[in-house]
Every structure is written in structure tokens, then in C-alpha cells.
Ligand binder design. Sequence first.
Ligand SMILES: Cc1ncc(COP(=O)(O)O)c(C=O)c1O
Ligand SMILES: N[C@@H](CCCC[NH3+])C(=O)O
Length: 434
Amino acid sequence: MEHNFNLVTNDQHHLEIGGLDTVELVQKYQTPLVVYDVSKIKQQIAGFKTVFEQNDVDYEISYASKAFSCLGIYQLMQKENLHLDVVSGGELFTAQQAGFDLSKVSFHGNNKSLAEIETAVEAGVGIIVLDNFDEIDLLSNYLADTHQQANVLMRITPGISAHTHNYIQTGQEDSKFGFDLNSGQAEKALKIILANPDLIMKGFHSHIGSQIFEVNGFEMAAEKLVDLAHDWYRKYDYQPEVINVGGGFGIAYTNEDKPLAPEVFVDAIIKKIKEKTTEYGLQMPAIWIEPGRSIVGPAGYNLYTVGSRKEVPGKDAYVSVDGGMGDNIRPALYQAEYEAVVANKMNQETVETVRVAGKYCESGDILIQQAALPKTQPGDVVAMLNTGAYGYSMASNYNRNLKPAVVFVENGQDKLAIKRQTYQDLIQLENQLY
Ligand SMILES: Cc1ncc(COP(=O)(O)O)c(C=O)c1O
Ligand SMILES: N[C@@H](CCCC[NH3+])C(=O)O
């Protein structure tokens, strides 16, 4: 099958990533192995920066680190001058340990604990994104008790249903995230925030969902936020310094997926915000985005070794690999589709479609339902493409399988970002009880 993913093949007909032979990477690090092509990450970031600069607006790109979080990726984002979105004490701790400038961190989440709020304030986190009334109370009480102030954004649920999988929609009215606009929750929250001098209200945040292919949901959300700014300026003399439109820019997982380039979405959002603020005579806010998937997704590859094969009369065979839902739960969870190549047989024609099965004890642990591949043998290396977002970050130790190693590659150099777990790691937190 022809792949549109600009795959590079070397003289030995092996897949190459970042100038390195994947078969050699597998010999060095074993499988399952997650490989990130650092130059692809940088390219996407550069694409976002260019579109902001062409439009001549104040902006920040905040990497939504739930897509893939570890010390190395935080350090890379810092080198790229990005902001960071974290959603838990764990992501915050990791950013801190990576030496990330915490004044460039936004802290998200629909149920931040007091301990997390305390840690965030004490660590000097740049922005706390307020998600609900309980959280306003929790933060306000903590700030009053400790005589401090905090910068906040208010997460607004704009009432827009993005066309994506139900589990990853977030902008519709009935969402667990944010203050709902239509019921008046958002306005009530604004009044509470503005009345509290400890809460420095920087602006609005909205995020309509993930893996979105259409521009109009973003345009509608942007328009709603500026309409709101206009309304609240008249009523409360308040204008947002920042409008954060979240992430969610869709990527191609298969050849059938034809998303717009992520920066095309951003261009449309900027233009809409400019147009509406000019129309209303408002100050132009800084525009922040929070992409996760579009930055790391296309840069990631999961490499597996082929093991057993099972023929089923009249159906595609199962070709099992040494990983599965423990390192990529997306196919089982969202029926997500991926494509794969046989990394050591890049010159061979695809001759059959097979089901690429994981090794976990679940019938649903099928990584690809219809993979067009050359004939495989045990020991072949299967490379699943575009696995960089929400793969390793949602990994588990189900069946006590080990989480894979993660390697960053660039210009012919490989760097081990995360070691493979060991069996000893699995019992490290456990006590012998009997
Ligand atoms: C608040 C927020 N910002 C950003 C993101 C990143 O989304 P994506 O990885 O689709 O760009 C998410 C996840 O959907 C999110 O919930
Ligand atoms: N984990 C989801 C996206 C979650 C978005 C987080 N708000 C996915 O793999 O598509």
C-alpha cells in the first residue's frame, strides 16, 4: 500500500526514523519500543509559530502534555519556547523536575485537589484554569489563608458539539468540564472572580474536543468568546487579556484521513477573533492554543516484534505482536484506526490484510483490524505509525506487561527518554503480606 506519511527507507529496505535504521534501534532497545522523531515535533511547532507571526498577533503555544508527558518532552518544549498545559500534580511535578519555567505552565483539571492547588500556587504556576464553583472556593480560600494572588483563566463550555468520538468531545453543554455559557453559570462565575482581588482574571479558555477535522467548530467557539467579551465589557467593564481556544486539531492516522493542516485551524481562529474584536472595538487579546495530539502524534512510532500467527478460515489471519492495549489503548477504547508497515521489509509488496493483535488477554486487544502488509514471519518488526499522542501516556501494566522504552531520535542520534520497565519495577510499591 502507498503511504502518505513520508516514510524513509534505507538501502537495506528498512524503515528509517530521524536518520536511524529502525531494525538497529530494535536491536539496541528491544520491543515494544516507542520512537519519537524530534524533527517532526519541531516542524509542527514551527508551523504554528509561523501562522501566528504572519497574522501579527500576541500568542502562546501551550503544549497539552497529557498527550505525552515525561522529563525529556518537557525539556524539548522549554527549548522550543513553548508554554505547558498540565492537568495533575504528577504532570506538574514532572515539569518541575524537568526544570520547566513554571510561570509558563497552565494548570487544568475538573477536580483539582487542595493539595494540587497548594502545590501549584507555591510552585509559582503561571495560570490556574478555573473549571467549576467548588474550585473557585478552594483556590480563593487558599489564597486568602496564605495572603497570595493567582492568575486565572475561566474555562467556558461554549455549547458546541465537535464532530468527533463521544468520549473526546468536551465543548457541548452537557460536559463535565468548565462553566456552561447558556445556563448563565459562566457569568455567575465571572462575577465571583471579579469580586475577589486575589484572583487575577486573565481571560477565557475553551476547548471543544479532540481529533477535530472541521474548522467551523473552532470559528464558532472563537466567535462566542468574543461575543462574550463584548457583552461582559459592557456589563462589567471587563476585557480578557487572553483568549485560549484549547487544542483538538485533528491529525491523519490513516490514508483515508484528510485533515486540514493544524495551522490552518489556527489561522481561521485568529482571523475570526481579529474580525470580531475589530467589529466590537475591543482590545485584541493574546491568542493561546493548547495542541497536544498535533504536536506529538505524527512524530511517534510504536515498534513491535511479530510472534505467532493464527489463521481463521474465511477471515483475515491474526498476526500477534509483543505489545498491544497496554502501550496503545486507543484502538480498544475509541475504535481508533492506525496503519502499519513491516519495518524490515519496506521493499516488499503488500500481499494480504491481517489483524494485528496485541498480546493482552482481551479479545478487543486488536491494534489494527485490517492491516495491509507483506507476508510476515516471527521476528519481523511492525511499525505502527502516528502513535505519538495518547499512546504511551495512557499506557498501563495490564496483565503485568511492562511499559515500553521511549527513544527520541534526530539527525542520526538516539536518546533514551524513558527506560523500559523491569519486572522489579512492577513490585516496587508492593508489600509481601503473607
Ligand atoms: C483543555 C484541553 N486542552 C488541550 C487538549 C489537547 O487536545 P489535543 O491533544 O486534541 O490537541 C485537551 C484534550 O483534549 C484538553 O482537554
Ligand atoms: N485520549 C484521547 C484524547 C483525550 C483528550 C483529552 N482532553 C485520545 O486518545 O484521543
